[in-house]
Design a protein around this ligand. Sequence first.
Ligand SMILES: CC(=O)N[C@H]1[C@@H](OP(=O)(O)OP(=O)(O)OC[C@H]2O[C@@H](n3ccc(=O)[nH]c3=O)[C@H](O)[C@@H]2O)O[C@H](CO)[C@@H](O)[C@@H]1O[C@H](C)C(=O)N[C@@H](C)C(=O)N[C@H](CCC(=O)O)C(=O)O
Ligand SMILES: Nc1ncnc2c1ncn2[C@@H]1O[C@H](COP(=O)(O)OP(=O)(O)OP(=O)(O)O)[C@@H](O)[C@H]1O
Ligand SMILES: N[C@H](CCC[C@H](N)C(=O)O)C(=O)O
Ligand SMILES: [Mg+2]
Length: 488
Amino acid sequence: MIVLKDILYRVKLETVVGNTSVAVNNIRFDSREVELNDVFVAIRGTASDGHEFIKTAVDKGALVVVCEELPEVQVNGVTYVQVADTKKALAFMAANYFDNPSEKLKLVGVTGTNGKTTIATLLYDLFTKAGYKVGLLSTVKVMVGNDAFEAIRTTPDSVTINSYLKQMNDAGVEFCFMEVSSHGIDQHRTTALQFAGGIFTNLSHDHLDYHKDFAEYRDVKKRFFDELPASAFALVNVDDKNGLVMLQNTKAKKYTYALKSYADYKAQILENQFTGLLLKVNDQEVWSKLIGNFNAYNILAIYAAAELLGLETLESLKLISELNSVNGRFQYVISPNEKITAIVDYAHTPDALKNVLETINSIRTNNEKLITVVGCGGDRDTTKRPKMGHIASALSTKVIFTSDNPRTEDPDAIIEDVEAGVQPQNFKKVMSVTNRKQAIKTACQLAEANDIILIAGKGHETYQEINGERFDFDDLKIVNEFLKQLNK
Ligand SMILES: CC(=O)N[C@H]1[C@@H](OP(=O)(O)OP(=O)(O)OC[C@H]2O[C@@H](n3ccc(=O)[nH]c3=O)[C@H](O)[C@@H]2O)O[C@H](CO)[C@@H](O)[C@@H]1O[C@H](C)C(=O)N[C@@H](C)C(=O)N[C@H](CCC(=O)O)C(=O)O
Ligand SMILES: Nc1ncnc2c1ncn2[C@@H]1O[C@H](COP(=O)(O)OP(=O)(O)OP(=O)(O)O)[C@@H](O)[C@H]1O
Ligand SMILES: N[C@H](CCC[C@H](N)C(=O)O)C(=O)O
Ligand SMILES: [Mg+2]
């Protein structure tokens, strides 16, 4: 039985009307999910204001209402708790409700524009290989030990996070690696969690539809480090110009990693091929099956984090060399006859797309064509579209612009935004095929022996979202089928 006053610990209360000794059922922030004796937390969102649904929630049986503004009409027997910030209150109540599960394992958060899923997943794999029970909260999936769950968000809401962490406690999980998105920090989904460490990957253009400007986006990321406790480590990439900014006000122990700058953890790329990377990490050589410069950063970050968490250095180098690439991140197939390489990658930001294309270009010889299939998601930052159009057309031999997840937008209008970034000298390289499946087919038809096809933007996703509906769609499966069908 959970009593209201026991879950209000650390919540800054302004006014309480009614009894706080009542037994409550679940915590809800969506009136549509409220059941008898639940706590309803009213949250001001972008589309609507949870305060408007207080009456509905009470009618459905909510016993407690947590809000920023008390409703004029108050129902007898219902407890009203007024706080300054309901998102923060929700985070603390959720943590208390599940008995503060983050304190009972070592929780490490990974933030930054690109590389979060890769680093969190590789750390999960590394610690699992080292014999520990591990948890993972990522864009691709949630893992509680060896049990997999579907991921809906990169960083789930605070109730979901704490409920998974509690499951991890019950399963004896010792380490949990989680992605911390800027939306998550901004909406206090990770407030009230006790982190043992934080990792910063890099900062480049994304989500400028949500954050007012780049400075605000950066400051939200920084807030994650500002809130780390002194017992935690803060590990940042100092080749990124915002790396040191993240450390400015943190109480945590500061560590840096870099390929180019002076840092606590250093790596050098000795070889960079299609089969993998040979790195020198703090004077030890390590071979990795992962491909591309950016993965050298990811490997260095996991090596450093593993050491900071107490994993033995030599063991971790040995295990790192066994790690495979993450689902949808530079995953590739080579066709049997014409040896066409088709790469599927989740690059959905200008910087990620540039990195992937540069990596492919640094490995391929001039005789092979690079055919890129790419688009941008609807209902997301529109300013990244022309940038991605420019990058794709400048760095490929041929580009087919297509749909990503159009969501509620007109797919052709999105493609026009992308095409607007193409410079005149690249006009000849570009075509557009709105239907993504047809676009992939066209790429397969155009490809000749030894050519490379890059299909960017959707990576691991197994659906395409059009007008609120999700249809089955898997880039890797589809390209494989066409290559076979066309006998390539
Ligand atoms: C832009 C954004 O982050 N939106 C989040 C936000 O929604 P919102 O502000 O639009 O909420 P709203 O619809 O206005 O509703 C306000 C409140 O009223 C409640 N409500 C609403 C209707 C009703 O009938 N009854 C009711 O109680 C809602 O549950 C909500 O609590 O608050 C909601 C509740 O916490 C989130 O579910 C929602 O995530 C939406 C679904 C979303 O798509 N988020 C994406 C952009 C996101 O968070 N992405 C990042 C990844 C980014 C990255 O790649 O780095 C992630 O971490 O996944
Ligand atoms: N360290 C890195 N630096 C730059 N680009 C990277 C890095 N790691 C991966 N990428 C590129 O970015 C893409 C996305 O990588 P990943 O999924 O790991 O990032 P993420 O931060 O989790 O993204 P999201 O915000 O969507 O959750 C990859 O497919 C790859 O193209
Ligand atoms: N987490 C990112 C993923 C984008 C992936 C891309 N395929 C798209 O749909 O835009 C977002 O929700 O903005
Ligand atoms: Mg991710």
